[in-house]
Design a protein around this ligand. Structure first.
Ligand code: SAH
Length: 340
């Protein structure tokens, strides 16, 4: 099968051009055509001989994923894409005061089985290829006719369950000859695959890490997240400390507030105790209620109390700006509603 051109790093392309007895510098030329000029096919490439163009057409696919539908609400746009094998994934675009961020999917479905999450209701079908992650950015930029400044891998899927394709994706979009997205503008969100967190700490670049913690104790975390049965919070924290030591980056802890589940004052104190002294901050996420899942969103007064306790205990805390509840923007909602 032909490889998709959007899944190639410049190094891969250099090796390819050497293998066909052409020049190494073509790799950068191709990157400029694809990512600076945004040409969609080889015929638009200039300064490349016809024989090489024919070879490129034979050896690579230039196909992209297809935009099926989009929904808009103030400050947010949600995209549904269809892949070549007729599967669906989503991306969510958010306009912030600091820039434009795109939340992309890393898998079709998810096997992590977090009890509050819609994505996990549809089991993992397969990993996304690197090119399918890259193309989410290209298609959204084409739609909004401007450049995205931040990417978060926080859509459908567990990115660390698709580790190699994730790393390749980051290499491709970070390349200054291509999309040129700085690693500090990329955030990977994980439910906490401990071995992969350690591996990630040793990768090049300064990609941000966000951890979906959602509970301060093992007992509670096991009730809402299956992964807590595999790794204890102690093991998770050790891996995160290793990451912080190694990279000097501040880690984000995501904490969804579920009414009467993990939102008590006591939980806030325990969370503060757990994180005290760490180079970290907490992002409180008001739960986005979804069909068929009975959890309720914590009331605003209790969100405020939880926030204030963390603050008083010396933890840096933010509350996630709410986007897109009208556009099914919580993880997996557009896809699962479309499948119905
Ligand atoms: N698997 C990765 C990334 C995808 S989930 C992870 O677990 O981090 C991205 C974030 O959205 C996670 O923090 C997840 O817990 C949260 N999330 C899932 N469903 C949600 C909902 N209905 N409302 C608010 N946040 C949700």
């Amino acid at each position: 099968m032909k490889q998709n051109i959007y899944g190639m790093t410049t190094k891969d392309l250099e090796e390819y051009f050497i293998s066909i007895n052409d020049k190494k510098f073509r790799a950068v030329q191709v990157y400029e055509f694809l990512y600076k000029k945004r040409y969609n096919n080889v015929d638009e490439f200039s300064n490349i001989g016809n024989n090489i163009k024919e070879r490129l057409k034979e050896d690579f696919s230039f196909d992209k994923i297809h935009l099926v539908t989009k929904q808009e609400d103030e400050g947010v746009k949600k995209y549904l894409f269809k892949l070549q094998d007729n599967e669906y994934i989503e991306s969510v675009l958010m306009y912030h005061d600091y820039g434009i961020s795109l939340c992309i999917s890393s898998q079709i479905g998810c096997n992590m089985g977090c009890s509050f999450c819609q994505s996990g209701r549809l089991k993992k079908v397969r990993n996304l290829e690197s090119y399918e992650m890259v193309e989410q950015i290209l298609l959204v930029e084409e739609d909004i006719k401007t450049r995205i400044t931040h990417v978060v891998i926080m859509g459908i899927g567990e990115p660390f369950d698709n580790y190699d394709n994730l790393i390749k994706f980051i290499k491709i979009v970070n390349n200054p000859k291509g999309i040129n997205l700085g690693t500090r503008h990329i955030t990977v969100s994980t439910c906490g695959l401990v071995d992969k967190i350690k591996k990630f700490a040793n990768e090049e670049g300064q990609v941000n890490l966000a951890i979906s913690l959602h509970a301060p104790t093992d007992e509670l975390r096991k009730k809402i997240m299956k992964i807590a049965k595999v790794y204890s919070i102690k093991e998770l924290m050790d891996a995160i400390k290793y990451y912080i030591n190694k990279t000097n980056r501040r880690v984000t802890f995501e904490y969804i507030l579920l009414e009467n589940v993990n939102d008590s004052d006591n939980c806030a104190y325990e969370l503060a105790r757990l994180l005290k002294g760490m180079n970290a901050y907490v992002n409180l996420i008001p739960y986005n209620e979804t069909d068929n899942i009975t959890y309720k969103r914590t009331k605003d007064v209790q969100i405020k109390r939880f926030y204030d306790i963390l603050k008083k205990e010396g933890i840096t805390v933010t509350k996630r700006k709410e986007f897109g509840s009208k556009v099914d923007a919580a993880c997996g909602q557009l896809r699962s509603n479309y499948n119905k």
